[in-house]
Design a protein around this ligand. Structure first.
Ligand code: ADP
Length: 702
């Protein structure tokens, strides 16, 4: 099969087109010789090719042998496709030789053993079986198989195959003499064929309709269709078609009582049919001719044709044809007065007719149709059901997908909300905690601030009261004290040495007591006055202050022969009275607290972190470490008034002033060696560069 073009080409090359017939034998020999050495594909192809050659040379037995060989080889090699192909070819072969029983047998093998076939193969198989059954006169099975073919053709929606099936169903009714129904089917087929522009179909339908009208003795209608068919076949030189069209025209003209025309076309038909070995067709034409001759009362010719038709029908094993010819022959015998023969043939015909279209057959055909209609309806329902199911499936899948999507969206939203809520909760907790801490801190702070505020308030009140008291006490007490002092002095001046010794001594006690009290009140007044007046600041030349103090302490300095030394001191921006009070107290103490030694007092300054620190250094009695902090408190004294006069207020005044500037005052001292009193004043300075200051050893030196 596959090698077909190769072989044909080989033939042409070797022998040329004229020599093909002669060369066929040689080719067959070559192919036969080669077949043994070939593989499976080669063998199958060779068998099919040989069958084709035998078909062309009309060596029927050899053709069949090759096809059967092909089938055998394909079966041996279990090649399904090639087996189907071989069976198709065998079936067609039997069709060609008009052995309808074998056609049925072969195609039934395909139908039963090779399922599932492809839809188109299934249609072909059913059509072949149906046609064979029709020829054999089994209309019931022919109808059933054709309905099956129609069903599959409709399934694949192939219009030409649908048309073919409808046409064949028409043929089944035709051969049951049910011409009106047959015409209906042919008309339906014709419409389809026209729609798809299938000319051969159109031709067949016209021919068939014409034939049916012939049978119905409607000669004019028949002639119209038959002529159309004839022209269609002529235009395309369609031999098989022309064979039938001419036959039908013969019939039409016979009906129209035009025996010459009828015989003319019948002759044409029989010639064409003989060319194609169409026994089946020839029977009908021979019968037709016999009938025309009978009409013309040419009995010998009539008998000749009718007998030939009858014999062929018998050998062809074709019931419908036999029925037609036996009827026609019976008619002949009837007309030629051979009633016995006529009767025999008539009975034979009636029996055949009954077998072709009796009640049972018709019922079975109707049943088959119902079955197929039910099957079709079931299929349609099934299809609809399938469609509905698939729609449902899609809807279900869609909704499922949508639901899943929705769930996913909801879930992820839920998760993110949960996470968000968790974060919020955490933040809230943190904020709450911070709030709590803040609340606690705030309440603690507010409590403590409140307490501090309250205490400060109380302190302020008591301070104010104390200051007022100190001021009032010191100021107002001064007045009566001055009176006491004046009168004590008066007593002393007037009555000294006039009274007894004790009295003089008592008066001295009073005057010295008053004097001390007076100093005390003055110092307390100074101390309390520090807060009472707002102090103004100005640039002060510190050296001038120190000089003034030295002047004012002149009496004391001379008495003790004290030496006062001072280095260059910086100008500072401060209150003059404040600076005088500090230097006054420190220098006077430095002169005062000595133990017989000549007091040497050194005054100087230095800078620490840009802040001026002044010092007053002496070589006096010194102060023990444990008392060094205490001496800056008010009324704190380390000695009796007999040892060293004083009120114990001086240093506390110094401390209060220094602290009011944000500075500090402290002492470094060593008993019997001396003391250095320092005080820092964080104020603006000028006039002296920092480099000019020499730092002093903090430990006092002599
Ligand atoms: P007062 O000098 O009136 O006693 P102060 O407040 O000035 O009061 O001094 C308090 C005490 O500090 C003094 O009583 C004295 O004991 C001690 N003191 C002060 N200056 C010196 C000094 N330069 N050397 C030794 N002791 C001193």
């Amino acid at each position: 099969m596959k090698n077909k073009p190769v072989y044909t080409l080989l033939l042409l090359l070797l022998f040329g087109s004229n020599g093909i017939a002669h060369s066929t034998d040689s080719l067959i020999t070559i192919l036969h010789n080669q077949i043994e050495n070939k593989n499976y594909e080669g063998q199958i192809a060779t068998h099919f090719e040989l069958a084709k050659i035998y078909k062309a040379t009309q060596e029927k037995n050899n053709e069949l042998e090759q096809l059967e060989q092909a089938l055998k080889t394909a079966k041996f090699h279990e090649n399904h496709t090639d087996q189907i192909e071989a069976l198709f070819q065998i079936g067609n072969y039997y069709g060609r030789i008009q052995d309808y029983s074998k056609v049925v047998e072969t195609f039934k093998e395909l139908f039963l053993e090779y399922q599932p076939l492809e839809q188109e193969q299934q249609i072909d198989v059913c059509d072949h079986i149906s046609n064979a059954y029709r020829r054999l006169g089994n209309n019931e099975l022919a109808y059933e198989y054709q309905l099956e073919a129609l069903y599959h053709a409709e399934q694949i929606g192939d219009s030409s195959l649908i048309a073919r099936s409808l046409y064949q169903i028409g043929n089944i009714f035709f051969f049951q003499y049910n011409y009106p129904v047959a015409i209906d089917y042919y008309q339906k087929t014709l419409e389809i064929c026209k729609k798809i522009d299938f000319w051969r179909g159109i031709f067949n339908c016209h021919g068939a309709i014409g034939g049916a009208y012939d049978r119905l003795n409607e000669a004019n209608k028949a002639l119209k269709h038959n002529l159309t068919a004839y022209h269609l076949a002529s235009e395309r030189d369609y031999k098989l078609g022309l064979a039938y069209a001419t036959h039908n025209l013969g019939m039409s003209y016979a009906l129209l009582n035009q025996p010459d025309s009828a015989l003319f076309y019948y002759e044409k038909s029989i010639k064409l049919k003989n060319e194609q070995n169409d026994t089946w067709g020839s029977i009908a034409t021979l019968r037709g001719m016999g009938e025309v001759y009978l009409e013309l009362e040419n009995f010998p010719k009539s008998k000749e044709y009718l007998s030939r038709a009858y014999d062929l029908a018998k050998s062809n094993n074709s019931k419908p044809r036999l029925l037609e010819t036996s009827m026609a022959l019976s008619d002949f015998f009837s007309k030629t007065q051979n009633h016995e023969q006529a009767n025999i043939l008539l009975n034979e015909a009636l029996a055949l007719k009954d077998s072709l279209a009796n009640e049972t057959v018709l019922q079975k055909m109707s049943d088959a149709k119902t079955r197929f209609e039910i099957k079709e309806k079931e299929e349609a329902l099934l299809l609809k059901d399938k469609e509905i199911k698939s729609i449902y499936t899609w809807i279900l899948m869609g909704s499922l997908g949508f639901t899943l999507l929705l769930l996913w969206a909801l879930f992820s939203r839920y998760i993110s909300q949960k996470r968000h809520a968790k974060e919020l909760e955490l933040k809230n907790r943190q904020i709450e905690k911070q709030h709590q801490e803040l609340r606690e801190a705030y309440s603690a702070q507010s409590i403590s601030s409140k307490q501090i505020f309250e205490q400060n308030k109380q302190l302020e009140v008591s301070n104010t009261e104390l200051k007022r008291f100190a001021y009032i006490a010191s100021h107002d007490l001064k007045e009566p004290l001055r009176t006491i002092g004046s009168y004590a002095n008066l007593l002393k001046r007037r009555y000294q040495n006039q009274l007894d010794k004790n009295a003089d001594e008592f008066i001295d006690f009073i005057t010295s007591g008053v004097e001390r009290m007076y100093h005390l009140l003055s110092d307390v007044l100074d101390y309390s006055n520090l807060d009472r007046f707002e102090s103004s600041v100005e640039w002060i030349k510190t050296e001038e202050i120190v000089k003034d103090i030295t002047q004012s302490l002149n009496h004391q300095i001379e008495e003790k022969k004290a030496i006062i030394q001072f280095t260059t001191l910086p100008e500072i921006k401060a209150n003059e009275t404040h600076l005088s009070q500090i230097f006054q107290n420190l220098i006077s103490n430095a002169i005062k607290f000595t133990n017989g030694k000549t007091p040497i007092v050194q005054i100087g300054s230095r800078f620490a972190k840009g802040v001026p620190i002044f010092y007053v250094k002496d070589n006096g009695i010194g102060i023990e470490d444990s008392y060094q902090a205490k001496i800056f408190d008010i009324f704190q004294r380390l000695h009796t008034n007999e040892e060293f006069e004083g009120t114990g207020i001086g240093l506390s005044i110094c401390k209060k002033i220094v602290e009011s500037y944000g500075g500090e005052i402290w002492v470094e001292s060593s008993p019997n060696k001396g003391s250095i009193f320092y005080f820092s004043l964080p104020v603006e300075t000028k006039g002296v560069s920092r480099e000019s200051f020499q730092s002093l050893p903090f430990v006092a030196s002599n």
